[in-house]
Design a protein around this ligand. Structure first.
Ligand code: SF4
Ligand code: SF4
Length: 270
């Protein structure tokens, strides 16, 4: 199975799936607004990691994720590759959330309905691989997937890092060629694929430490050392109380230099 054929079929799914279009958005902020149908995601970036990459074991370090983190072979016996992807939000969703403080209705839908689409895409890739005679598994859809004390036993962002899609940022998001505003997903397969070269060596190489995300954060959860996860989580809880079942914020991912690209190093170029 070739990466080009996976990319082609995944692109087709993203373009044609009705789950990637929201026909009716109910206004979740006041004053009420009437919304046109909305596309959630642009075409994804896809990267391939080796299931045997030595980085997987390093994630078991308590200072990175922790010992509960499972490597690809612990999820799927005979694992050979990990398909990781980044789904960038459309400009409409990103632009809407550039407003201050309040989470845009478009973002709330993009976060909630967008994750439903993401689940469908994981299942689509699994079927694609199985049709080809191989086994596949998406850890976040597996019954063993668990989150304990804010640490999951599989991290989509860390998988994206191994698969060459991008690096971490001050706001603890990932910065990819198409920026940070979007969602990640991954599928482990027992077939070898051509690996994606990592164009970086440092875990946070694409973040220019401009602090724009910190200035945007309503509860001031970000400082020059990183993000206070608990502070961010409490803010998201409050959002859920207002917009239940939806929630979101991501002010740190919009109206910032890394919103839709790897930011140029403003410090060096000035
Ligand atoms: S806004 Fe600036 S500091 Fe924050 S993640 Fe993006 S590049 Fe890094
Ligand atoms: S999601 Fe919101 S609360 Fe959390 S770090 Fe980003 S801006 Fe701050």
């Amino acid at each position: 199975m070739l990466l080009s054929s996976i990319q082609e079929k995944v692109n087709e799914f993203v373009l044609k799936s009705p789950l990637n279009i929201i026909e009716h958005l109910e206004s979740l902020s006041s004053p009420p607004i009437s919304y046109a149908p909305m596309r959630i995601y642009e075409l994804p970036l896809i990267g391939i990691a080796s299931a045997d990459d030595s980085l997987w074991d390093t994630f078991k370090n308590i200072n990175i994720i922790g010992p509960a983190h499972k490597s690809p072979g612990e999820w799927l016996p005979g694992a050979k590759s990990v398909i990781s992807y980044f789904l960038p939000y459309t400009e409409r969703i990103r632009k809407a959330n550039r407003i201050e403080k309040i989470t845009a209705t478009e973002w709330l839908y993009g976060r909630w309905e967008g994750e439903m689409f993401n689940q469908a895409l994981r299942q689509f890739i699994i079927k694609l691989v199985e049709k080809n005679g191989n086994n596949a598994l998406a850890p976040v859809l597996d019954k063993r997937f668990a989150v304990d004390n804010l640490r999951a036993n599989w991290s989509e962002r860390h998988a994206a890092f191994v698969a060459g899609l991008g690096t971490f940022s001050l706001s603890r998001s990932m910065i990819t060629l198409k920026g940070t505003a979007g969602r990640f997903g991954s599928v482990i397969i027992d077939s070898p694929l051509d690996l994606t070269r990592r164009a970086y060596t440092q875990y946070d190489e694409y973040c220019i430490k401009c602090m724009a995300c910190a200035r945007r954060c309503p509860p001031q959860a970000i400082n020059n050392k990183g993000k206070d996860n608990e502070c961010c989580r409490m803010h998201l809880y409050k959002e859920k109380e207002i917009y239940n079942p939806r929630y979101g914020c991501a002010k740190c991912q919009t109206k910032v230099p890394c919103e839709d690209k790897i930011p140029v190093n403003l410090v060096k170029s000035n």
